[in-house]
Write a protein that binds this ligand. Structure first.
Ligand SMILES: Cc1cc2nc3c(=O)[nH]c(=O)nc-3n(C[C@H](O)[C@H](O)[C@H](O)COP(=O)(O)O)c2cc1C
Length: 325
């Protein structure tokens, strides 16, 4: 039985919390560095070479405690968050389910975080050792424009933060950001941040509404992270959750293609069911600049990063993956 099979046989909540504790141990980044050199597959973004087209998407490192680990891995970017202005416990447990045979998860974490004060202090403390060859992204969440903007502004004032991702698409909001003019007001505020912003695009059950939303967001000129999880009913205490992993991949790749087709020229991070090198390449070829992995990391831990990086090596020199500089 390999490690992945063993981990996936244990209760999901227990493995998530135990593995998070293990991943935070300072020995792990040191071990990974010592095991090196594991050469990343370099990627180019805005004339800068970064440590690969893949990175860790929002939800794995809620409070910045895994930044040392991310710094040691062959990833081109790392997302911290989502962070809310005040600390949040999140939903009652259990709050996620794993379906390894489907390469899928359903989660209803409920945006737990230590809150902007504590989490951004952690991020700031790790800036001096954050590598120049990786982008650092902070995901800001909240239930009002003011809440999201408060965290986004505080994050964008931190020197080593390259982008601020605005999470308007968590299933926890239950569609809140799609009502009224909140999203439009937030887009206006996003343009005034000190650092460039990315909007985390929701997956909607109505494909026409999704196309309209992508066109509207593309017109804003802000970066896009396509996409968040697909809200579905689930046997969890809240009765719903967000589906992630392989089942949403085809839809996510199509939405990336649509965003480029409607003329979006800004940064696109594809996130949703990118579980291996071939799917990452499909995302890049559809028009994503970078690809985030979340479910793959939640199921396999750092091994997912090394496996996908090794698989990507086959494509080096082909369109979308740089040759070593
Ligand atoms: C356990 C878990 C927690 C997540 N938490 C967040 C979050 O805090 N903020 C956010 O924008 N997305 C969050 N997501 C969504 C992921 O960032 C990603 O958009 C989605 O899971 C699709 O990617 P994947 O198929 O690689 O998991 C979470 C996903 C999972 C599985």
């Amino acid at each position: 039985m390999n490690l992945r099979t063993l981990i996936n046989k244990l209760p999901p909540e227990a493995t998530y919390e135990t593995s998070h504790l293990l991943l935070r141990l300072p020995i792990l980044p040191r071990l990974l560095k010592a095991l090196g050199p594991r050469r990343p597959v370099p990627a180019r973004l805005n004339h800068k070479t970064i440590d690969g087209p893949i990175g860790i998407g929002a939800g794995i490192d809620k409070d910045g405690l895994l930044m040392d680990l991310a710094a040691a891995m062959p990833v081109g970017f790392h997302v911290v968050g989502s962070i809310t202005p005040s600390p949040r416990e999140g939903n009652p447990r259990p709050r996620f389910l794993k379906y390894p045979e489907l390469g899928a998860m359903i989660n209803a974490m409920g945006l737990p975080s230590r809150g902007a004060g504590a989490a951004l202090r952690i991020v700031k403390s790790k800036c001096p050792s954050w590598p120049n060859s990786k982008l650092l992204i902070v995901s800001a969440a909240g239930f009002t424009v003011e809440e999201v903007v408060r965290t986004a502004r505080a994050a964008s004032a931190i020197k080593c933060v390259d982008y601020v991702e605005l999470n308007v698409s968590s299933p926890t909001y239950r569609g809140l950001w799609l009502e009224g003019d909140g999203l439009r007001r937030l887009l206006g505020e996003a343009e005034r941040l000190d650092k460039p912003a990315l909007i985390k695009v929701p997956l909607l059950r109505n494909i026409d509404a999704e196309r309209r939303l992508i066109s509207e967001l593309a017109a804003s000129g802000l970066g896009l992270t396509i996409a968040n999880t697909l809200p579905i009913t689930a046997p969890l205490p809240r009765g719903y959750g967000g589906l992630s992993g392989a089942p949403i991949n085809e839809l996510v790749v199509s939405l990336i293609r649509i965003a480029r087709r409607v003329g979006h020229r800004g940064l696109i991070i594809g996130t949703g069911g990118f579980l291996d090198g071939a799917s990452v390449m499909a995302g890049l070829r559809a028009g994503a600049d970078l690809v985030g992995i979340v479910t793959a990391f939640a199921m396999e831990g750092p091994a997912a990063v090394y496996r996908i990086t090794a698989e990507l090596r086959r494509y080096v020199g082909k369109p979308n993956v740089s040759s070593p500089p």
